[in-house]
Design a protein around this ligand. Structure first.
Ligand code: PLP
Length: 450
């Protein structure tokens, strides 16, 4: 029970929290965060935590970065708001579009801005439909996604997401999406199957679904280069090559949802670079501003842009956009954030510290509760199991993960529980000694759970 009039009690009185059991929340109340510094955050009781998930996989440059505050302040002073509708523009959005066109893989030279990853994926669906209508292919509208994939929560984006909690009791309308097998070899590989055979099986499944639905009805395949919110699942060797090869053969667009993997997370500027993906559309958010401002961007291939632009000329407009599309303060903050990432060589730091993180967490593999340690660069997952030999899950799936998540707070650590997998995704500024501090806090937590 929270004290009456405490910040916790006031929170309980008036907020419905995302991704929260509201009944339980009313019993235990929130941890009320007050401030942040580097990789640490402090609650209003003065407790310090290592932010092992960089907020929500997003605060690349760490907390308390004064240059971002200054960039926002300057822009607020000069032009706090303007839109980009109907032939209007402003310099921060122009400069960020130029910067993103330069940074992202060749051929992605146009951008559409939104406020969140979910809105960006909604926009992807509409863009792809508009594009195929423009090309005179009105039947080519279905999306392929994966179970455990995460693409957001708006009505259309939630339909792409392959996680039960985002569907249950929401009565999502019938957006045409087929979910394919999650490419997690540890969980979904058959007994005796090699990883290469697993990849072949998933490729055969993809091709069978295309045959069954008809290639002329399938518009796009969407995937996170490395699945994150669904359990931190790196793609198996050769998986993306097969997916791309099949999609190209059937004229199906490839959409890389880089909301988490964009801007250095895997130790490369984009996750597509790590896996050799050449996307037709790329979705970016989170680390684009280190989440100091809400912003997302869809990078659009030249072919798609041309068809969309021509169609808008024909029918009179591209009838889509948000009040805050390309918001001047958000785009100004993004420019400064990307400058910091470059100047401080944070992608290079993610490569170097990624090796340290993966090696340190790999040592946990011998712990009695740990089934698999996996990850790339500065993102990792530690999956807890009831039986290491059989990979059997705990009787109540997710309960041990939830315990570890809550218990970690006592050891000054914030991690994310995804069922019984604990996710790590620290700010890209993390140092070797801070990785050690984080790992030790996690070890103490695990020992409490054993
Ligand atoms: N796509 C991916 C890969 C994500 O991880 C997320 C959020 O975690 C989203 C989309 C949705 O972004 P938002 O929460 O900003 O709507």
């Amino acid at each position: 029970m929270s004290r009456p009039n405490s910040t916790a009690a006031r929170d309980i009185a008036h907020q419905l929290h995302p991704y929260t059991n509201a009944v339980r929340h009313a019993e235990i109340g929130p941890i009320v965060m007050d401030r942040g510094e580097g990789i640490y955050v402090f609650d209003d009781q003065g407790n310090r935590y290592i932010e092992g998930l960089a907020g929500l996989w997003s605060v690349a440059v760490g907390f308390g970065e004064k240059r971002l505050v200054e960039a926002a302040r300057k822009q607020l002073d000069k032009l706090p708001y303007y839109h980009t509708f109907a032939h209007k523009s402003h310099l921060p959005s122009i400069e960020l579009a130029e910067k993103l066109a330069e940074m992202t893989p060749e051929g992605l030279s146009h951008v559409f801005f939104t406020n969140s990853g979910s809105e960006a994926n909604d926009t992807v669906i509409k863009l792809v439909w508009y594009y195929n209508n423009a090309l005179g292919r009105p039947k080519k509208k279905k999306f392929l996604a994966r179970t455990q994939g995460y693409h957001g929560v708006t009505v259309a984006a939630a339909s792409l997401t392959g996680l039960p909690n985002n569907h249950r009791d929401f009565d999502l309308p019938a957006i045409p999406v087929r979910h394919l097998t999650c490419p997690h070899f540890y969980r979904f590989g058959n007994p005796g199957e090699t990883e290469a055979q697993f990849v072949e099986r998933l490729a055969a499944e993809l091709e069978a679904v295309i045959q069954e639905e008809g290639a002329d009805t399938i518009a796009a395949f969407i995937g996170e280069p490395l699945m994150s919110a669904g359990g931190v699942i790196p793609a198996p060797e050769g998986y993306w090559q097969k997916v791309q090869e099949i999609c190209r053969r059937y004229d199906i667009l490839v959409v890389a949802d880089e909301v988490i993997t964009g801007f250095g997370r895997l130790g490369t500027t984009f996750g597509s670079e790590h896996y050799g993906i050449k996307p037709d559309l790329m979705v970016l958010s989170k680390q684009i501003t280190s989440s100091y401002q809400p912003l997302a961007a869809i990078m659009i291939s030249d072919d798609i842009f041309k068809a969309v632009a021509d169609n808008s000329g024909k029918i009179g407009t591209f009838g889509h956009g948000y009040t805050a599309t390309g918001h001047p303060v958000a785009t100004a903050v993004a420019l400064e954030n990307l400058a910091i990432i470059e100047e401080r060589k944070l992608v290079e730091n993610a490569t170097a510290m990624g090796k340290v993180l993966q090696a340190r967490l790999a040592k946990l593999a011998s712990h009695p509760l740990v089934g698999e340690v996996r990850g790339v660069g500065l993102i990792a997952g530690v999956e807890l199991v009831a039986d290491k030999a059989t990979k059997a899950r705990f009787a109540e799936h997710g309960k041990v993960g939830a315990y570890v998540f809550a218990r970690a707070h006592h050891h000054g650590l914030i991690v994310r529980n995804i069922m019984d997998t604990l996710a790590f995704c620290p700010p890209l500024i993390i140092t070797e000694s801070q990785i050690e501090e984080m790992a030790q806090a996690f070890e103490r937590t695990l020992d409490d759970a054993a």
